[in-house]
Design a binder for this molecule. Sequence first.
Ligand SMILES: Cc1cc2nc3c(=O)[nH]c(=O)nc-3n(C[C@H](O)[C@H](O)[C@H](O)COP(=O)(O)OP(=O)(O)OC[C@H]3O[C@@H](n4cnc5c(N)ncnc54)[C@H](O)[C@@H]3O)c2cc1C
Length: 287
Amino acid sequence: MIPAPFDYHAPTSVADAIALLGDLGPDAKLLAGGHSLLPMMKLRFANPAHLIDLNRIPELRGIREDGDMVVIGAMTVENDLIASKVLQARVPLLPEAAKMIADPQVRNRGTIGGDIAHGDPGNDHPALAIAVDARFVLQGPKGLRTVAADGFFLGTYMTGMAEDEILVAIQVPAFKPRTGSAYEKLKRKTGDWATAAAAVVLRLDGGVVSHARIALTNLAPMALRANDAEAALLGKPLSAATIADAAAKAMAICDPAEDLRGDPEYKTAMAGQMVRRAIAKAAARCQ
Ligand SMILES: Cc1cc2nc3c(=O)[nH]c(=O)nc-3n(C[C@H](O)[C@H](O)[C@H](O)COP(=O)(O)OP(=O)(O)OC[C@H]3O[C@@H](n4cnc5c(N)ncnc54)[C@H](O)[C@@H]3O)c2cc1C
């Protein structure tokens, strides 16, 4: 299919992109890697009259350390996350999980910012961002604001970002010592979205869980933080019983849609399995 006609704009600064977004209004769409937006345009699910291409804004791309924080530009592509020595050392969950996203061609163009801003419950970065306690830096006509990933995802293709804002960066606290993490993703084949996936970040002190984050992909209209599952682990030593309790509590909040990947019962059962596996793997990495 061929998309409907549109005008193309290529600003070279965030300020110019925001000005264009304000001038052109709701008929304009931001273009990042194009790997979610262009398929929707070709299917005529999206028909923007204007595309504002963010690819010529160098300040939006790259990964840098800022004290105890790693700052990732929204236009940083998946392959750059995978190759980043900073992320491998300080937030290893992100490059490890980025390898499970789509295929090499998509990872060469698809951006972390586009993956988050799209609000697709099947995308992996929303749950990953919740699990690593990320904050999103949004810039609009009124300036900058920073919001937590937890609470940002409101429903299918719905986020807490206003129409005149751009996601400019993702701030991620570097993992503290003795933190372990894992992303377990069940998919039908390489390149597919998750049937069910779980991101887990754990810290053990003296054999007791002192920090737990558990977030789920494609198991509801938006990425979910499994608060009760985290609480089932906190302050306790890890055992088969505590892990089973956490998995059961994660399954209790799942509300997946039925599709070719399976029915809600199957996906919920797989969510429990992904949570169990991710907790066990993260715990083994805590040393
Ligand atoms: C075959 C295939 C398999 C895939 N498998 C997976 C998978 O397993 N897991 C996964 O997570 N994803 C998967 N994807 C999606 C892929 O990761 C996309 O690249 C991603 O969803 C969107 O990123 P993008 O940079 O391509 O954004 P675009 O498609 O350019 O934009 C997506 C949306 O976000 C908005 N947007 C983009 N950047 C910004 C910004 N900085 N600020 C505000 N709004 C912005 C756009 O206006 C648009 O509405 C797959 C895609 C394909 C084609």
